[in-house]
Design a protein around this ligand. Structure first.
Ligand code: AMP
Ligand code: ZN
Length: 486
């Protein structure tokens, strides 16, 4: 089921909600800045991919043939987004005394595991930065003469050679260039490295020959090159977290202007993408979000505590992507409860074949409102309340109701019809009791109750509670883990 009501999206570059109008009719091309694979992603990072995935799902729902690219940054991202510090990958490899390639493989796989657990659809391409070195060197050659200059440290982009440099950052903050570290000899503070030469006498694990000496590409160059190679310029939508509005994306835009010889950003296409979209941050009062702090909030930690990964997706969808979202264990527990309620409520539809349409007069308006909500700059909080309404709808043909819920869930990606409550009951890592033992205790409790021995029955319930098991009388599932979150 698709929906052709208009799709309006907030474009960070123009600071306006605009109607989506694709470069190629009926197609949509999206590039998402992916993770730097020097460590595990934290759940804040994963919010960026849940957002990009939701955008992709909405584009599919609206009938566009989607080509989505997400890159994997395995070289070039320095510890500072501008040009200072060390390469994050080199630094982690040195700290762990491992090869960068092993580090990259390990953390890429960990990221992909989170992608899968969150029902993030596979993009058409995962582009790995180190697979594109020849193209990066060609791109740099193409802009070097008119837009770059060489310093002992490498090849630098002269930001005064393109029109409107930094408009995206100004749109975001109204204060011009972001935080920039000084590099001696730079013509302007915002100029950035396209190619970083390996300092004399040093070797890096990852380095390549180039006309500007042996070295490695700059992080900003990678995304311009891979998006242009795989989607062509201009493409439709470029996404990332809001931190990328300050330095990374303005720099990508400048490179795209340079390679295409395009002028002013008054025409959004000259930036390389028609729209630039950014998700706001997931914040955490305890400050555990940072990748550099020791223990941080990974999806696996949520699972270890007995939450389901899709409860985190639910938490993300409950907020608009442009709002800051505060993470707390209470919010996560509430999102898990909401997910369980939905899964329980759709269970009667599990064996009902879906009808071809949901044209019933009580269902069709819900589908239309849903299309309008997600078309209104991805208003997922409203879309979720419409899903609740659809699930609660009585006296409608079951096959049509199922078709409607399937269509809504294809956009939200909660997997409601594939999940059951047993799957949502995840064994917390610190659980001290096995499932078989719980079932045995509950059978003994049933016998005690049948014999009207309520003292024994209560004692069994209390003993289970002490081991983190919540008995639920009258529920077919009989028991749940009592989640010790936080
Ligand atoms: P990185 O691996 O550091 O390049 O970040 C991957 C993605 O996560 C980027 O799109 C960032 O903008 C985004 N990001 C980083 N921190 C957060 C956060 N706390 N909440 C939401 N997105 C974030
Ligand atoms: Zn990028």
């Amino acid at each position: 089921m698709t929906d052709r009501a208009p799709l309006r999206l907030f474009n960070s570059l123009t600071r306006a909600v605009e109607e989506f109008s694709p470069v190629r009719a009926d197609e949509a091309s999206v590039y998402t800045c992916g993770p730097t694979v020097y460590n595990y992603p934290h759940i804040g990072n994963m919010r960026a991919y849940v957002f990009a995935d939701t955008l992709g799902r909405v584009l599919s729902f609206k009938g566009y043939k989607l080509t989505h690219v997400i890159n994997i940054t395995d070289v070039g991202h320095l510890t500072d987004d501008a040009d200072a510090g060390e390469d994050k990958m080199e630094k982690m490899a040195a700290a762990k005394a491992q090869s960068i390639w092993d580090i990259a493989k390990h953390y890429t796989e960990a990221y992909w595991a989170d992608v899968k657990a969150l029902n993030i659809r596979q993009p058409a391409h995962w582009s790995i930065a180190t697979d594109y070195l020849p193209q990066m060197i060609e791109f740099a050659k193409g802009i070097a003469e008119k837009h770059c200059y060489e310093l002992p440290g490498g090849l630098y982009f002269d930001t005064s050679t393109v029109a409107d440099y930094g408009r995206l950052a100004r749109a975001a903050t109204d204060e011009g260039e972001g935080r920039i570290e000084a590099v001696e000899g730079k013509r302007h503070a915002a100029d950035f490295a396209i190619w970083r030469k390996t300092p004399p006498g040093e070797t890096r694990q990852m380095e390549w020959d180039s006309p500007w000496g042996r070295g490695a590409p700059g992080w900003h160059l990678e995304c311009s090159v891979m998006s242009r190679e795989l989607l062509g310029l201009p493409f439709d939508i470029h996404t990332g977290g809001i931190d990328h509005r300050e330095i990374h994306h303005p720099n990508e835009i400048a490179q795209n202007q340079a390679i295409t010889g395009c002028g002013s950003l008054d025409c959004a296409e000259h930036s390389g993408a028609r729209m630039w979209m950014h998700n706001n941050f997931l914040i955490d009062r305890s400050g555990k979000m940072s990748k550099s702090a020791g223990e941080f909030l990974r999806l696996q930690l949520l699972i270890d505590k007995g939450s389901h990964p899709l409860a985190y997706r639910m938490l993300c969808l409950q907020a608009h992507y442009r709002s800051e979202l505060e993470f707390s264990w209470e919010n996560l527990a509430a999102a898990l409860t909401r997910l369980k309620r939905m899964v329980m409520a759709v269970a009667p539809l599990n064996d009902v074949p879906a009808a071809a349409t949901a044209a019933h007069p009580k269902l069709l308006p819900l589908l239309e409102k849903f299309g309008a909500a997600v078309g209104d700059d991805l208003n997922t909080p409203v879309a979720l309340t419409l899903l609740d309404e659809a699930i609660g709808m009585k006296k409608v043909p079951a096959g049509e109701k199922r078709a409607l819920i399937e269509a809504m869930d294809a956009v939200l990606g909660l997997g409601l019809l594939e999940l059951d409550r047993t799957a949502l009951r995840i064994r917390p890592k610190n659980a001290v009791i096995a499932e078989a033992e719980i079932d045995g205790a509950l059978d003994r409790r049933a016998e005690a109750r049948a014999a009207k021995d309520f003292a024994a029955s209560d004692a069994i319930r209390d003993a289970l509670a002490a081991k983190g098991v919540e008995v639920m009388d009258g529920d077919p599932l009989r028991w749940e883990w009592k989640l010790d979150l936080g």
